[in-house]
Design a protein around this ligand. Structure first.
Ligand code: AQP
Length: 321
Protein backbone atom coordinates (compact mmCIF):
# COMPACT_ATOMS: atom_id res chain seq x y z
CA UNK A 1 0.00 0.00 0.00
CA UNK A 2 1.30 3.43 -0.93
CA UNK A 3 0.83 6.28 1.51
CA UNK A 4 1.26 9.83 0.22
CA UNK A 5 1.64 13.09 2.09
CA UNK A 6 3.22 16.44 1.39
CA UNK A 7 4.53 19.70 2.73
CA UNK A 8 4.35 23.05 0.95
CA UNK A 9 7.48 25.25 0.74
CA UNK A 10 5.51 28.38 1.60
CA UNK A 11 7.98 29.24 4.37
CA UNK A 12 10.64 27.62 6.58
CA UNK A 13 9.56 24.38 8.28
CA UNK A 14 7.98 25.13 11.66
CA UNK A 15 7.57 23.11 14.83
CA UNK A 16 3.93 22.22 13.99
CA UNK A 17 4.94 20.70 10.64
CA UNK A 18 7.61 18.71 12.45
CA UNK A 19 5.59 17.45 15.44
CA UNK A 20 2.31 17.05 13.54
CA UNK A 21 3.57 15.49 10.33
CA UNK A 22 7.30 15.01 9.59
CA UNK A 23 8.13 13.16 12.79
CA UNK A 24 5.30 10.75 12.07
CA UNK A 25 6.46 10.23 8.46
CA UNK A 26 9.87 9.32 9.86
CA UNK A 27 8.44 6.92 12.44
CA UNK A 28 5.72 5.24 10.39
CA UNK A 29 6.71 5.71 6.75
CA UNK A 30 8.19 3.03 4.54
CA UNK A 31 10.30 3.09 1.44
CA UNK A 32 7.15 2.54 -0.66
CA UNK A 33 5.47 5.76 0.55
CA UNK A 34 5.72 9.20 -1.05
CA UNK A 35 6.55 12.28 1.03
CA UNK A 36 6.77 15.16 -1.37
CA UNK A 37 7.67 18.84 -1.30
CA UNK A 38 4.72 20.57 -2.98
CA UNK A 39 6.53 23.42 -4.70
CA UNK A 40 3.79 23.71 -7.33
CA UNK A 41 1.27 24.23 -4.53
CA UNK A 42 3.43 27.06 -3.17
CA UNK A 43 2.77 29.03 -6.37
CA UNK A 44 -0.95 29.52 -5.80
CA UNK A 45 -0.23 32.81 -4.05
CA UNK A 46 2.43 35.42 -4.80
CA UNK A 47 5.87 33.79 -4.63
CA UNK A 48 9.51 34.63 -5.09
CA UNK A 49 11.28 32.16 -7.44
CA UNK A 50 14.68 32.04 -5.73
CA UNK A 51 13.08 31.79 -2.29
CA UNK A 52 10.87 28.96 -3.53
CA UNK A 53 13.92 27.07 -4.81
CA UNK A 54 15.80 27.58 -1.53
CA UNK A 55 12.82 26.54 0.62
CA UNK A 56 12.27 23.43 -1.49
CA UNK A 57 15.87 22.44 -0.98
CA UNK A 58 15.66 23.15 2.74
CA UNK A 59 12.54 20.97 3.06
CA UNK A 60 14.20 18.04 1.30
CA UNK A 61 17.06 18.37 3.80
CA UNK A 62 14.77 18.65 6.84
CA UNK A 63 12.80 15.54 5.84
CA UNK A 64 15.95 13.45 5.48
CA UNK A 65 17.49 14.95 8.62
CA UNK A 66 14.33 14.08 10.56
CA UNK A 67 14.70 10.45 9.53
CA UNK A 68 12.16 10.18 6.69
CA UNK A 69 13.37 7.39 4.38
CA UNK A 70 15.25 9.25 1.61
CA UNK A 71 13.89 6.77 -0.94
CA UNK A 72 10.36 8.05 -0.21
CA UNK A 73 11.21 11.77 -0.60
CA UNK A 74 10.31 13.55 -3.86
CA UNK A 75 9.90 17.08 -5.19
CA UNK A 76 6.55 17.70 -6.86
CA UNK A 77 7.85 19.82 -9.75
CA UNK A 78 10.25 17.09 -10.83
CA UNK A 79 7.09 15.53 -12.31
CA UNK A 80 5.62 18.81 -13.52
CA UNK A 81 4.98 17.58 -17.07
CA UNK A 82 3.21 14.42 -15.95
CA UNK A 83 1.25 16.28 -13.29
CA UNK A 84 0.35 19.07 -15.71
CA UNK A 85 -1.04 16.53 -18.19
CA UNK A 86 -3.04 14.66 -15.57
CA UNK A 87 -4.31 17.86 -13.96
CA UNK A 88 -5.76 18.84 -17.33
CA UNK A 89 -7.58 15.51 -17.69
CA UNK A 90 -8.93 15.87 -14.16
CA UNK A 91 -9.96 19.50 -14.69
CA UNK A 92 -11.96 18.18 -17.62
CA UNK A 93 -13.59 15.77 -15.16
CA UNK A 94 -14.29 18.35 -12.43
CA UNK A 95 -17.02 21.00 -12.46
CA UNK A 96 -16.48 24.64 -11.59
CA UNK A 97 -18.99 24.27 -8.73
CA UNK A 98 -17.01 21.42 -7.18
CA UNK A 99 -13.80 23.46 -7.17
CA UNK A 100 -15.41 26.69 -5.98
CA UNK A 101 -17.06 24.92 -3.04
CA UNK A 102 -13.72 24.00 -1.42
CA UNK A 103 -13.61 25.63 2.01
CA UNK A 104 -9.89 26.39 1.75
CA UNK A 105 -10.45 28.27 -1.51
CA UNK A 106 -13.20 30.33 0.10
CA UNK A 107 -11.02 31.08 3.13
CA UNK A 108 -7.82 31.86 1.26
CA UNK A 109 -9.48 33.97 -1.45
CA UNK A 110 -11.76 35.95 0.89
CA UNK A 111 -11.04 39.68 0.90
CA UNK A 112 -8.27 39.50 -1.71
CA UNK A 113 -8.37 41.90 -4.62
CA UNK A 114 -6.55 39.47 -6.88
CA UNK A 115 -6.68 35.68 -6.64
CA UNK A 116 -4.62 33.35 -8.82
CA UNK A 117 -6.71 30.92 -10.84
CA UNK A 118 -4.43 28.17 -9.51
CA UNK A 119 -5.80 28.77 -6.00
CA UNK A 120 -9.15 27.57 -7.34
CA UNK A 121 -7.75 24.64 -9.30
CA UNK A 122 -5.07 23.46 -6.86
CA UNK A 123 -7.26 20.76 -5.27
CA UNK A 124 -7.38 19.22 -8.76
CA UNK A 125 -3.57 19.27 -8.87
CA UNK A 126 -3.65 17.63 -5.45
CA UNK A 127 -5.96 14.95 -6.89
CA UNK A 128 -3.37 14.47 -9.66
CA UNK A 129 -0.58 14.11 -7.04
CA UNK A 130 -2.55 11.34 -5.36
CA UNK A 131 -3.95 9.54 -8.41
CA UNK A 132 -0.77 9.65 -10.50
CA UNK A 133 1.13 7.74 -7.80
CA UNK A 134 -1.69 5.28 -7.12
CA UNK A 135 -1.71 6.24 -3.44
CA UNK A 136 -4.27 4.36 -1.34
CA UNK A 137 -3.83 6.20 1.91
CA UNK A 138 -3.53 9.98 2.25
CA UNK A 139 -2.92 11.21 5.81
CA UNK A 140 -4.29 14.75 6.05
CA UNK A 141 -5.40 17.28 8.61
CA UNK A 142 -9.10 18.18 8.85
CA UNK A 143 -8.54 21.17 6.59
CA UNK A 144 -7.46 18.94 3.68
CA UNK A 145 -10.00 16.13 4.07
CA UNK A 146 -12.36 17.83 1.60
CA UNK A 147 -9.62 17.82 -1.05
CA UNK A 148 -9.06 14.07 -0.69
CA UNK A 149 -12.82 13.61 -1.02
CA UNK A 150 -12.65 15.55 -4.31
CA UNK A 151 -9.85 13.24 -5.49
CA UNK A 152 -12.13 10.28 -4.77
CA UNK A 153 -15.03 11.86 -6.66
CA UNK A 154 -12.81 12.56 -9.67
CA UNK A 155 -11.25 9.07 -9.65
CA UNK A 156 -14.68 7.45 -9.48
CA UNK A 157 -16.10 9.67 -12.25
CA UNK A 158 -13.08 9.23 -14.51
CA UNK A 159 -13.01 5.44 -14.05
CA UNK A 160 -16.77 5.23 -14.58
CA UNK A 161 -16.75 7.38 -17.71
CA UNK A 162 -13.62 6.21 -19.54
CA UNK A 163 -12.39 2.97 -17.92
CA UNK A 164 -10.68 1.78 -14.75
CA UNK A 165 -7.38 3.66 -14.51
CA UNK A 166 -7.12 5.04 -10.99
CA UNK A 167 -6.79 3.40 -7.59
CA UNK A 168 -9.37 4.76 -5.15
CA UNK A 169 -7.58 6.78 -2.42
CA UNK A 170 -8.72 7.14 1.19
CA UNK A 171 -8.10 10.13 3.41
CA UNK A 172 -6.99 9.21 6.92
CA UNK A 173 -6.99 11.77 9.70
CA UNK A 174 -4.10 10.72 11.96
CA UNK A 175 -5.08 10.17 15.57
CA UNK A 176 -3.55 12.24 18.34
CA UNK A 177 -1.26 14.24 16.06
CA UNK A 178 0.01 17.27 17.91
CA UNK A 179 -1.81 20.42 16.82
CA UNK A 180 0.61 23.23 17.62
CA UNK A 181 -0.76 26.73 18.06
CA UNK A 182 0.92 30.10 17.51
CA UNK A 183 2.89 31.16 20.60
CA UNK A 184 1.94 34.82 20.27
CA UNK A 185 -1.69 34.18 19.34
CA UNK A 186 -2.89 30.74 20.48
CA UNK A 187 -6.25 31.28 18.79
CA UNK A 188 -4.60 30.33 15.50
CA UNK A 189 -2.39 27.40 14.51
CA UNK A 190 1.35 27.79 14.14
CA UNK A 191 2.07 28.30 10.43
CA UNK A 192 5.12 28.76 8.18
CA UNK A 193 3.79 31.91 6.58
CA UNK A 194 2.48 33.70 9.67
CA UNK A 195 2.76 37.47 9.38
CA UNK A 196 4.57 37.57 12.74
CA UNK A 197 7.45 35.13 13.27
CA UNK A 198 7.55 35.76 17.07
CA UNK A 199 4.87 33.12 17.56
CA UNK A 200 6.44 30.53 15.26
CA UNK A 201 9.34 28.26 16.18
CA UNK A 202 11.17 27.30 13.01
CA UNK A 203 12.99 23.97 12.98
CA UNK A 204 16.23 25.72 11.97
CA UNK A 205 16.00 28.52 14.57
CA UNK A 206 19.13 28.58 16.77
CA UNK A 207 18.51 27.38 20.37
CA UNK A 208 18.70 30.84 21.95
CA UNK A 209 16.03 32.14 19.58
CA UNK A 210 13.81 29.12 20.32
CA UNK A 211 14.16 29.83 24.05
CA UNK A 212 13.38 33.52 23.57
CA UNK A 213 10.22 32.79 21.57
CA UNK A 214 8.97 30.27 24.13
CA UNK A 215 9.74 32.54 27.10
CA UNK A 216 7.67 35.26 25.43
CA UNK A 217 4.75 32.95 24.64
CA UNK A 218 1.36 34.40 25.52
CA UNK A 219 -0.22 32.77 28.59
CA UNK A 220 -2.96 34.33 30.79
CA UNK A 221 -3.64 35.99 34.13
CA UNK A 222 -4.91 32.89 35.93
CA UNK A 223 -1.51 31.79 37.16
CA UNK A 224 -2.30 28.06 37.39
CA UNK A 225 -0.82 25.45 35.05
CA UNK A 226 -3.90 23.61 33.78
CA UNK A 227 -4.77 21.71 30.64
CA UNK A 228 -7.76 23.81 29.58
CA UNK A 229 -7.93 24.42 25.80
CA UNK A 230 -10.97 26.71 26.01
CA UNK A 231 -10.02 28.92 28.94
CA UNK A 232 -6.18 28.68 28.90
CA UNK A 233 -5.22 28.15 25.24
CA UNK A 234 -1.67 29.54 25.60
CA UNK A 235 -0.77 27.39 28.63
CA UNK A 236 -2.45 24.36 27.04
CA UNK A 237 -0.44 24.88 23.84
CA UNK A 238 2.82 24.86 25.81
CA UNK A 239 1.71 21.69 27.61
CA UNK A 240 0.86 20.08 24.24
CA UNK A 241 4.28 20.98 22.85
CA UNK A 242 6.06 19.75 25.99
CA UNK A 243 4.01 16.54 25.91
CA UNK A 244 4.78 15.94 22.23
CA UNK A 245 8.52 16.43 22.82
CA UNK A 246 8.73 14.27 25.95
CA UNK A 247 6.12 11.60 25.06
CA UNK A 248 4.14 12.47 28.21
CA UNK A 249 0.47 13.22 28.69
CA UNK A 250 -0.03 17.02 28.80
CA UNK A 251 -2.57 16.63 31.63
CA UNK A 252 -0.05 14.80 33.79
CA UNK A 253 2.55 17.43 33.00
CA UNK A 254 0.16 20.16 34.16
CA UNK A 255 -0.03 18.50 37.60
CA UNK A 256 3.73 18.37 37.92
CA UNK A 257 4.51 22.02 37.09
CA UNK A 258 4.01 24.80 39.59
CA UNK A 259 4.11 27.99 37.53
CA UNK A 260 4.35 29.52 34.06
CA UNK A 261 8.10 30.22 34.31
CA UNK A 262 8.76 26.56 35.08
CA UNK A 263 6.42 25.47 32.26
CA UNK A 264 8.22 27.72 29.76
CA UNK A 265 11.70 26.60 30.84
CA UNK A 266 10.72 22.93 30.61
CA UNK A 267 9.10 23.47 27.20
CA UNK A 268 12.08 25.43 25.87
CA UNK A 269 14.51 22.72 27.06
CA UNK A 270 12.39 19.98 25.48
CA UNK A 271 11.98 21.76 22.13
CA UNK A 272 15.68 22.66 21.89
CA UNK A 273 16.55 19.03 22.63
CA UNK A 274 13.98 17.66 20.18
CA UNK A 275 15.18 19.90 17.32
CA UNK A 276 18.93 19.78 17.99
CA UNK A 277 19.74 16.72 15.90
CA UNK A 278 17.40 17.67 13.04
CA UNK A 279 18.87 21.16 12.85
CA UNK A 280 22.47 19.95 12.85
CA UNK A 281 21.84 17.22 10.28
CA UNK A 282 19.87 19.63 8.06
CA UNK A 283 22.75 22.09 8.11
CA UNK A 284 25.21 19.34 7.21
CA UNK A 285 22.98 18.26 4.30
CA UNK A 286 22.60 21.82 3.03
CA UNK A 287 26.40 21.96 2.89
CA UNK A 288 26.43 18.79 0.79
CA UNK A 289 24.54 19.67 -2.41
CA UNK A 290 25.55 16.43 -4.14
CA UNK A 291 23.72 14.29 -1.59
CA UNK A 292 20.54 16.39 -1.85
CA UNK A 293 20.67 16.28 -5.65
CA UNK A 294 21.08 12.52 -5.53
CA UNK A 295 18.04 12.03 -3.25
CA UNK A 296 15.98 14.34 -5.40
CA UNK A 297 16.96 12.64 -8.66
CA UNK A 298 16.18 9.24 -7.20
CA UNK A 299 12.76 10.44 -5.97
CA UNK A 300 11.94 11.82 -9.40
CA UNK A 301 12.96 8.66 -11.19
CA UNK A 302 11.02 6.45 -8.84
CA UNK A 303 7.86 8.59 -9.02
CA UNK A 304 8.08 8.63 -12.80
CA UNK A 305 8.58 4.88 -13.07
CA UNK A 306 5.62 4.27 -10.83
CA UNK A 307 3.27 6.61 -12.67
CA UNK A 308 4.08 6.61 -16.40
CA UNK A 309 1.86 3.65 -17.28
CA UNK A 310 -1.06 5.21 -15.38
CA UNK A 311 -0.74 8.54 -17.14
CA UNK A 312 -0.49 6.82 -20.53
CA UNK A 313 -3.60 4.78 -19.78
CA UNK A 314 -5.48 7.91 -18.70
CA UNK A 315 -4.50 9.74 -21.91
CA UNK A 316 -5.44 6.75 -24.07
CA UNK A 317 -8.88 6.12 -22.58
CA UNK A 318 -9.62 9.86 -22.81
CA UNK A 319 -9.18 9.70 -26.57
CA UNK A 320 -5.74 11.31 -26.74
CA UNK A 321 -2.60 10.07 -28.45
N1 AQP B 1 0.46 23.98 13.62
C1 AQP B 1 0.48 22.73 13.19
N2 AQP B 1 0.37 21.70 14.06
C2 AQP B 1 0.40 20.41 13.61
N3 AQP B 1 0.55 20.06 12.32
C3 AQP B 1 0.68 21.06 11.42
N4 AQP B 1 0.86 21.06 10.08
C4 AQP B 1 0.94 22.34 9.65
N5 AQP B 1 0.83 23.19 10.68
C5 AQP B 1 0.66 22.43 11.80
C6 AQP B 1 0.98 19.85 9.27
O1 AQP B 1 2.19 19.93 8.52
C7 AQP B 1 2.02 19.22 7.29
C8 AQP B 1 2.52 20.04 6.15
O2 AQP B 1 1.73 21.19 6.05
P1 AQP B 1 1.58 21.96 4.69
O3 AQP B 1 2.87 22.57 4.34
O4 AQP B 1 1.05 21.03 3.66
O5 AQP B 1 0.45 23.02 4.86
P2 AQP B 1 -0.09 23.86 6.07
O6 AQP B 1 -0.89 22.99 6.96
O7 AQP B 1 -0.79 25.03 5.46
O8 AQP B 1 1.24 24.31 6.80
P3 AQP B 1 1.57 25.72 7.44
O9 AQP B 1 2.85 25.56 8.15
O10 AQP B 1 0.40 26.26 8.16
O11 AQP B 1 1.86 26.61 6.16
P4 AQP B 1 1.15 27.93 5.62
O12 AQP B 1 1.59 29.03 6.50
O13 AQP B 1 1.67 28.08 4.24
O14 AQP B 1 -0.33 27.70 5.66
C9 AQP B 1 0.53 18.89 7.17
O15 AQP B 1 0.34 17.51 7.47
C10 AQP B 1 -0.12 19.77 8.21
O16 AQP B 1 -1.32 19.19 8.74
Amino acid sequence: MIRLSGITPSGPVQLGNYLGAIRRWAAEGTERDVYFIGDLHAMTTSHNPSRLRALTREQVAVLIAAGVDPRSVAVQSDLVRELGALTWLLECTCTYGEAARMIQFKEKSAGRASVRLSLLTYPVLMAADILLQGAREVPVGDDQAQHVELARVLARRFNGTYGEVFVMPHGVVPTAAARVRDLADPSRKMAKSSPDSAGTVFVLDPPDLVRRKIRRAVTDELGAVRYAPDTQPGVTNLLEILGACTAKDPRDLADSLSGYAELKEATADAVVEELRGVRERTQALLDDPAELDRVRAHGAQRSRERSTHRLEAALRVSGLG
